[in-house]
Design a protein around this ligand. Structure first.
Ligand code: MLT
Length: 306
């Protein structure tokens, strides 16, 4: 059965006069086999579009990412081949921000182990911590980071942020203090939340050195990309109580692959979801509508549509 959101996308594309082939769960080899026949490729985050696959897309004009992150697409190589890469950045901001706050509260109140205990018939009254009055350190004050800051302030948190871009004006409007380095943010935050894309320079940006400077007993929240954090170091920090708890929606390997990833997801002070930040009907509907409009504009500029 096709989900209602894919139906919106498919119907919208058909209204543009496009012939649509819908293949959820398609393997990389199958994509490689059929790609030479297609002008447009629409994908989510599972498939890696590397140079080899790009070479197969002889006719490709547009790659549309049904989401925000472009880390699974070799954008530079696509552009070199004259392929336009588009995405629906911004469409899932509210959904991801809401899940971030959800994981933050769940981590602070040890919800993962409380639920496990209740399901096992153990009525154990775990003691957690409040977020009120705590310092939230946001890494990356883009769309999602900013929305998380707004909600966190309503919860009574003090918000500081670190961003490589100049976000001073925005921070001032949000009432957020900008700090000059990641390490300063880590030293001062009770809760750290990551909102940056995965790139070469952000890969494992939270690793052993960062856990060494992190405020003792901090909470780590990651709804961005798993590979921003060195998983083994996070596990060590949790076991040594450097990290009080973690709220994660992403893992370096999804689904988990290595023993330390299984140890992490089973850790009693880790609350983890399956990369569902953007998985709401509202966000997916916005993504579908935004992609239809962007594809329409692109095809018009290429003179395929008038
Ligand atoms: C995104 O980048 O849009 C989100 O992480 C969700 C997804 O990967 O589909």
């Amino acid at each position: 059965m096709i989900d209602p959101v894919s139906t919106t996308l498919i119907n919208g594309l058909k209204e543009l006069g496009l012939e649509v082939v819908y293949r959820p769960g398609i393997s990389r080899d199958e994509v490689a086999a059929i790609l030479p026949d297609f002008d447009i490729l629409i994908l989510r985050g599972r498939l890696r579009i590397d140079e080899e696959l790009l070479r197969r897309g002889e006719k490709l004009k547009i790659i549309a990412r049904a989401g925000t992150g472009l880390d699974n697409i070799n954008v530079a190589k696509a552009r070199e081949r004259g392929i336009k890469v588009i995405s629906a950045e911004g469409a899932s901001t509210e959904s991801v921000a809401e899940l971030t706050i959800c994981l933050m509260i769940a981590a602070a109140r040890k919800i993962a182990s409380v639920i496990t205990n209740v399901r096992e018939g153990k009525w154990i009254k775990e003691v957690g911590i409040e977020l009120f009055g705590k310092v939230l350190g946001i890494v990356g004050l883009g769309r999602i980071g900013s929305r998380v800051a707004e909600i966190a302030k309503v919860l009574g948190m003090r918000v500081i942020a670190y961003d490589v871009a100049n976000v001073r004006e925005k921070a001032e409007k949000l009432g957020v203090e900008i700090v000059s380095s990641l390490h300063e943010l880590l030293r001062r935050s009770d809760v750290v939340s990551l909102h940056v894309p995965l790139k070469e320079d952000t890969y494992h940006m939270i690793s052993r050195q960062e856990f060494e400077v992190l405020k003792r007993g901090a909470i780590i929240v990651n709804t961005a990309r798993g590979a921003l954090i060195d998983t083994r170091e996070l596990l060590r920090a949790l076991n040594e109580w450097v990290v009080y708890a973690a709220g994660l929606d992403t893992l370096e390997n999804e689904p988990p692959k290595y023993p330390w990833e299984f140890d992490l997801i089973k850790h009693p002070r880790v609350v983890i979801t399956a990369h569902v930040g953007a998985q709401t009907y509202e966000a997916q509907e916005r993504i579908a509508l935004e992609l239809i409009e962007k594809i329409r504009r692109e095809l018009t500029s290429l003179r395929y549509l008038t």
